[in-house]
Design a binder for this molecule. Structure first.
Ligand code: FAD
Length: 386
């Protein structure tokens, strides 16, 4: 009933809700689901051990001891494998100790090939390989309920919305600030959707499934949150299609010719999809991202805010949440980098240069958002039966 308010053209975008729902369901979601399973897209390089730059005494950010083992499991005999410590569910400081919050670092090194490493100007992490970096197989670590909740989680979201001047973002008259607020809120909706869609319904029997009432309480009850999810999806989709030339020519080789050819063909199905181009030619018009004469200054401010948001990911006190938080923030940072780059088609003066990890984050983010739209589509009719 609430969602019936979502009709017509999505605010600040160029396509309407019904059309986006259809193109996602019929064109993009099935292709993205396949694409993120491919070797190139399933390994993400990330620094998971945090050093929270904002608050030292939270107790959530120095949890090496209550977390998972760093060892690639395949390298160790069964008896040597370190098990994540089982900690009390009641212990609010050690949510990382929960098995569902732990990251499995099993890696197939054959798929890693050398792309250049250059830091994304919008995000905090540096991409340089060092002992703190690990490759994580995303398929073994799906984004779902982890038990991370309470004051620590709320503090991060509060810091993201308030300490970065996004307090009244929804109603901000400046497009840049409004866009930044909507991107974060849309991502927040997507995370909530994944938490509710894959939930530990019964702990003793380890029974997982969708928690429809939670999905309603956190997502469907708030049409503006769903609206922001649609917005974020279109924003990222625009970045992906704007980078079509780069993405369709990039090197996806991982040593498995059959898989790698399929990866290229799936990418082309997304970035050069005629039906998509006809249905929603410009999902988001980035030309509106210049708030009058102060355009450059505002872009710099926006970049600084986003950089701070990215740094906050190191304060997230649950390893798996931090993994997906970092990936999706890098994905958004990459979308911002693409849409703020002057003219990607003018490859002589402004060649678009995306890094291995940026491309992985961008496509996985689009896949997460696409899946969240599917959840909205599937769960909304079920709410009547609650
Ligand atoms: P929260 O989701 O913590 O929201 C806090 C407040 O923000 C709400 O009270 C509301 O006022 C406002 N708010 C909520 N949604 C929106 C929105 N879409 N737009 C604008 N405002 C909003 N938990 C997991 O189980 N698995 C994960 O993978 C996971 N990943 C996370 C990643 C990050 C980066 C962070 C910060 C948290 C993550 N969490 C994860 C925790 C999860 O997001 C919630 O914080 C937690 O489930 C507690 O939810 P809550 O109901 O208290 O509200």
């Amino acid at each position: 009933c609430q969602l019936q308010k979502l009709k017509g053209v999505i605010e600040d975008c160029c396509c309407d809700y019904e059309m986006v729902d259809t193109i996602n369901k019929e064109l993009l979601h099935p292709v993205l689901q396949e694409l993120v399973k491919k070797p190139f897209f399933r390994y993400f390089k990330v620094k998971l051990w945090c050093d929270c730059p904002f608050w030292p005494d939270d107790g959530m950010c120095h949890l090496r001891d209550c977390s998972v083992c760093e060892c690639p499991e395949s390298e160790f005999p069964e008896t040597f494998k370190c098990q994540p410590k089982r900690l009390s569910v009641e212990d609010p400081k050690c949510q990382e100790g929960k098995p569902e919050a732990a990251v499995d670092r099993t890696v197939d090194h054959k798929v890693l090939n050398g792309w250049a490493e250059v830091d994304n100007p919008w995000t905090y992490d540096d991409e340089t390989d060092n002992e703190q970096m690990t490759y994580v197989n995303l398929l073994l670590n799906p984004e779902k309920y982890t038990g991370y909740t309470g004051p620590s989680a709320r503090k991060i979201w509060k810091a993201i919305y308030e300490e970065n001047c996004l307090k009244d973002g929804q109603n901000d008259s400046c497009t840049e600030r409004r866009v930044l607020y909507k991107l974060i809120s849309g991502l927040h909706t997507s995370i909530s959707a994944h938490v509710a869609a894959d939930y530990l319904l019964d702990e003793p029997s380890n029974y997982w499934g969708p928690n429809i009432s939670l999905f309603y309480e956190r997502v469907l009850k708030f049409p503006e949150r769903v609206q922001n999810l649609f917005f974020t999806y279109l924003f990222v989709l625009r970045a992906v299609t704007k980078a079509a030339d780069f993405l369709s020519q990039a090197d996806y080789s991982t040593g498995n010719a059959i898989e790698d050819n399929e990866t290229c063909s799936l990418i082309v199905q997304i970035v050069m999809n005629k039906r998509l181009q006809k249905a929603c030619p410009v999902p988001f018009n980035e030309a509106q991202l210049s708030c009058g004469a102060d355009g450059v200054q505002l872009k710099n401010q926006m970049q600084q805010h986003f950089h701070n948001i990215s740094a906050l990911m190191d304060c997230v006190g649950c390893e798996k949440c931090r993994l997906w938080g970092k990936l999706q923030i890098l994905g958004l940072g990459t979308a911002l980098k693409i849409l703020f780059s002057v003219d990607v088609h003018d490859s002589h003066t402004h060649p678009l240069d995306l890094q291995h990890n940026e491309v992985i984050a961008l496509i996985n983010l689009l896949s997460r958002l696409s899946e969240s739209l599917q959840y909205v589509h599937m769960m909304a009719p079920l709410v009547d039966f609650l």
